[in-house]
Design a binder for this molecule. Structure first.
Ligand SMILES: O=C(O)C[C@H](O)C(=O)O
Ligand code: SF4
Length: 513
């Protein structure tokens, strides 16, 4: 085989997967957009999402800054050298990372050190299988961390919030799937796709669930029971009212695929793999002799371009009024904000995510954060020949992970606003009230849209934590987000959680025998 050609084919696969959303996913997102009413937060979020998809396309840049945990599934004809393919995949991955198409995402679990090139113990994941055909089938999924954290595994029988007992039958499975959508709320960047695995053990069950994510969004399950189950979930999960980013709205789920395998008598697992709207998975069929791409997968039908849809069809008075905040921001201005307000930030913001929050909890800050804005974000950055940094992708990360630290850090350093996604809990809400702070929800996954608001990188601290975890000093203009937790004790996240739990309990009655 021509190994250089194969490496190029794998490079193209990685770049396309990270930057160009597959056609079946685009169709699902467009259908969702058509469901939402103009002027709502859900419609605004979906407009940002489709604009972001288009920008990633145009710039050949990552759709979301979290380029995920890369998993390759490769089928080879008998006799093909799999070790050579693995080597080529590693080289292609290193190149794609250097070119800013992938964020350096591989972190030593013990030391916290980022390898810088997306390689590491066990990463990327590459799974081989042999088959009778004479082509090589290579599929890749880039599954981000926020949605991965919302995966859930149920061991039946169990008791579920809102739904009561889930037994060892099809109806129990139905309850687990409905519950899995509820428990994810907006934190996995809804609207999402779920893959469900019924049976197996804890590890093969999750494998089966993830295998479902490789099915085309618009296929029909050949198993009649599972087809009915998939349809039921698609119809009813969207009645939970969680909506895009958990802001409430008509679309919570974009796809549901269910697979089944045998189990052993004592175990009955239902495993759910949640994938965000930025559902990045593609595939190629490669000529085993030349290493060249013969065909792309998931690319049937017309490609939906969101170019002409950049502007929502809202009339000016349907558009929410936008409040401009110039950082640093005074306590008085923060206290005037309330849940639902749409704000636009100009000035400086400082990135800080997991490592920084832990660090700030027992160290001084390298910069004065008084009246400043913290952005929960781990960007993709590239350094040019003159040593200047450029932001290649910069959407928000899931904020709830900082819940143990956030309130104390805000008070200690005088931080006025925190931007992230998915919302925070009661401890932070209380601190916002006591101190005069606000939580702003940005649109998860909209990494190109936000990168475009960043006018310059004015500095960086704590680089020892690696690129995504360092504290980047960003000068922004027109950075738009929604107030979802204010200084008066209000939280949209708490409200949507409560109302969706009430709606979930409407699905308590038996449906399948
Ligand atoms: O790591 C990130 O940048 C984001 C992550 O995928 C998340 O959803 O929280
Ligand atoms: S930030 Fe959202 S869109 Fe991006 S990988 Fe995480 S869950 Fe997916």
């Amino acid at each position: 085989m021509n190994i250089t050609a194969l490496e190029n084919s794998l490079y193209d696969l990685i770049v396309e997967t990270s930057t160009n959303l597959p056609k079946d996913v685009r169709r699902a997102i467009r259908a969702a957009k058509e469901q939402e009413n103009a002027g709502t937060r859900a419609a605004m979020s979906l407009a940002t999402i489709t604009q972001n998809i288009q920008m990633a396309d145009d710039k050949v840049s990552p759709i979301c800054q979290d380029t995920g945990l890369p998993t390759f599934k490769i089928k080879t004809p008998v006799g093909v050298n799999q070790l050579e393919i693995k080597e080529a995949a590693y080289k292609a991955m290193v190149r794609a990372t250097k070119d800013g198409k992938m964020r350096p995402n591989s972190v030593d679990s013990l030391t916290g050190e980022n390898s810088g090139d997306n390689l590491g113990l066990g990463l990327p994941v590459i799974k081989f299988e042999q088959w009778e055909k004479d082509t090589i089938d290579i599929r890749l999924i880039l599954k981000g961390g926020g949605c991965e954290n919302k995966n859930i595994q149920y061991s039946l029988p169990c008791e579920l919030d809102g739904l009561g007992r889930a037994g060892r039958d099809l109806d129990g499975i139905r309850k687990c799937i409905m519950h899995s959508v509820y428990q994810a709320q907006g934190q996995g960047c809804s609207a999402g796709f779920i893959g469900v695995g019924i049976g197996g053990d804890r590890s093969s069950g999750y494998d089966l669930a993830k295998e479902q994510l490789f099915r085309s969004s618009d296929d029909v399950n050949p198993n009649e029971d599972l087809r009915k189950l998939e349809e039921y979930v698609m119809d009813h999960a969207n009645e939970l009212g969680i909506g895009t980013m958990g802001f409430g709205g008509e679309t919570t789920l974009l796809g549901c695929k269910v697979g089944v395998m045998h189990r052993i008598p004592a175990s009955f697992f239902v495993s759910v793999a949640y994938n965000c709207w930025a559902f990045r998975r593609l595939g190629i069929s490669v000529d085993a002799a030349t290493g060249e791409i013969q065909e792309w997968m998931y690319q049937e039908g017309e490609k939906i371009s969101f170019k002409d849809e950049d502007e929502t069809e809202e009339t000016p008075d349907e558009k929410p009024a936008v409040i401009t905040l110039q950082a640093p921001i005074s306590e008085e201005q923060i206290r005037s904000l309330k849940v639902g307000d749409v704000v636009q930030i100009d000035g400086m913001m400082y990135t800080g995510r997991d490592a920084i929050h832990k660090y700030l909890s027992d160290n001084d800050s390298p910069v004065d954060l008084n009246e400043q804005v913290i952005y929960h974000c781990g960007p993709v950055m590239l350094k040019d020949e003159d040593g200047n940094w450029h932001v290649k992708a910069a959407g928000p990360t899931t904020s709830i992970r900082e819940e143990p630290y956030q309130g104390d850090i805000m008070k200690r350093f005088g931080i006025r606003a925190v931007i992230g996604k998915g919302g925070m809990g009661p401890k932070t809400l209380k601190a916002l009230e006591e101190h005069g702070g606000v939580y702003l929800n940005a649109i998860g996954g909209a990494a190109q849209y936000y990168a475009d608001c960043i006018q310059g990188v004015e500095g960086v601290d704590l680089t020892q934590f690696g690129i995504p975890e360092a504290m980047w000093h960003l000068r922004v203009k027109g950075f738009t987000a929604v107030v979802t937790m204010d200084s008066h004790g209000n939280s949209l996240h708490r409200d949507v959680d409560q109302s969706s739990l009430e709606k979930l309990s409407q699905f308590k009655e038996k449906v399948f025998n």
